[in-house]
Design a protein around this ligand. Structure first.
Ligand code: ADP
Ligand code: AIR
Ligand code: ASP
Length: 337
């Protein structure tokens, strides 16, 4: 598959500068830089921090070509205009993403996931991130509902794939294949592979979630290039969790995703825990205290507002084939956003 030629020299200068920045930032620069522009090192573990994002920190992995994703509790919305913390979110997202990526691997989707290391970290293959957020939509919600004046919850006539240019400063603008080709963000072959994988991921996840009473409304994927010499293939990267999906309870319509945070609905932790519980990632004991109906009764209200207080009591105990090591210390540097 053809890797797109470098975009150097073909773009207006400011855009070229941003693309250069994005490529450096997302493909693990040789000289790791923290938010302050200074190389970072985790004080406790002596490992190099490559990058700190809004929800995760990337560290150099134990072998060349690997990195460690550390899942934070930081939550942002609207391209970091809104910031907060959801206690325990990182633990839940790490576990949920591990589960989904493992299953996707089993049905033949190539992914960056290698193994979970502990409650907040997973080892992944380092890729050159393609700076496109791939959004797959089954039901109208969020920005598409607003853009076209469609009532939220309306089934779309068919699944729609959208592409957004990954740049917080620009507000992740919606782009077309034309922009992607013209600016050299990905080749046509790569875009075919991406669209094909996105549909397969959607088919699989829609079924998986429907099986546990959850409607998969929409979600965002990121892909990256894995190089083998000059040859690059595109694989699924980043994470799949309630941070980047809209997940609605099929019976009640309750939102079980980051919209609880975006829309100040409260009950974020309970919602993320509920997703983990339904996917079988929490034990019965843990599940008992996480039942949404019980929560409502106890609180005398609909889900929340829990204000993000209290994290998961414990996550994953069910035999994941991973070597568990103690949790790493909290990040040595404060979150950048
Ligand atoms: P953001 O950068 O949007 O704030 P995060 O806080 O989730 O997002 O940071 C994780 C970053 O790591 C993202 O920018 C994502 O594109 C990048 N990333 C995800 N998986 C990989 C990978 N396998 N190799 C290199 N970069 C990755
Ligand atoms: N998403 C997009 N950018 C970041 C994220 N997390 C996800 C949202 C939602 C889908 O993409 O979580 O599941 C569509 O978002 P929106 O805001 O375009 O409607
Ligand atoms: N992921 C983006 C942010 O953190 C957009 C969103 O989730 O609303 O700001």
């Amino acid at each position: 598959m053809a890797t797109p030629p470098r975009a150097a020299g073909v773009l207006p200068c400011p855009l070229q500068a941003r693309i250069g920045h994005a490529q450096t930032m997302f493909s693990a620069p040789p000289t790791p830089q923290g938010p302050s522009g200074v190389a970072q090192e985790d004080r406790m573990t002596r490992r190099r921090q490559i990058y700190e994002g809004k929800a995760k920190i990337l560290y150099e992995g134990p072998e060349p070509g690997t990195i460690i994703q550390y899942f934070k509790d930081d939550a942002t919305a609207f391209n970091a205009q809104k910031k907060g913390t959801i206690s325990g979110k990182g633990v839940l997202n790490n576990r949920i993403s591990e589960h989904v990526f493992t299953l996707l691997g089993l049905i033949g989707i190539p992914t960056h996931f290698i193994r979970r290391l502990n409650m907040r970290e997973q080892l992944v293959r380092q890729v050159e991130i393609i700076p496109i957020e791939v959004v797959v939509r089954n039901v109208a919600a969020g920005s598409i509902a607003k853009r076209f004046g469609i009532e939220e919850g309306t089934m779309l006539p068919r699944t729609i794939i959208e592409y957004y240019y990954k740049d917080d400063a620009l507000g992740d603008p919606l782009v077309t294949d034309e922009h992607i080709a013209a600016f050299g963000w990905a080749s046509q072959d790569e875009m075919h592979d991406i669209a094909d994988m996105a549909i397969r991921v959607n088919d699989f996840m829609a079924g998986m979630f429907a099986g546990v009473g959850i409607r998969l409304v929409d979600f965002k994927l990121e892909f990256g290039r894995l190089y083998d010499g000059d040859f690059a293939r595109v694989i699924l990267a980043d994470e799949i969790s309630p941070d980047g999906c809209r997940l609605w309870d099929m019976k009640s319509g309750d939102k079980l995703d980051k919209d609880r945070f975006r829309r100040d609905l409260g009950g974020e932790v309970e919602a993320y825990q509920e997703v983990a519980r339904r996917l079988g990632l929490l034990t019965e004991d843990e599940s008992a205290v996480l039942d949404l109906d019980e929560h409502r009764k106890a609180r005398g209200q609909t889900v929340g507002p829990a204000g993000g207080k209290g994290g998961p009591t414990m996550v994953p105990t069910e035999a994941p084939p991973v070597t568990m090591v103690p949790d790493p210390p909290p990040p040595a540097t404060p979150p950048s956003t």
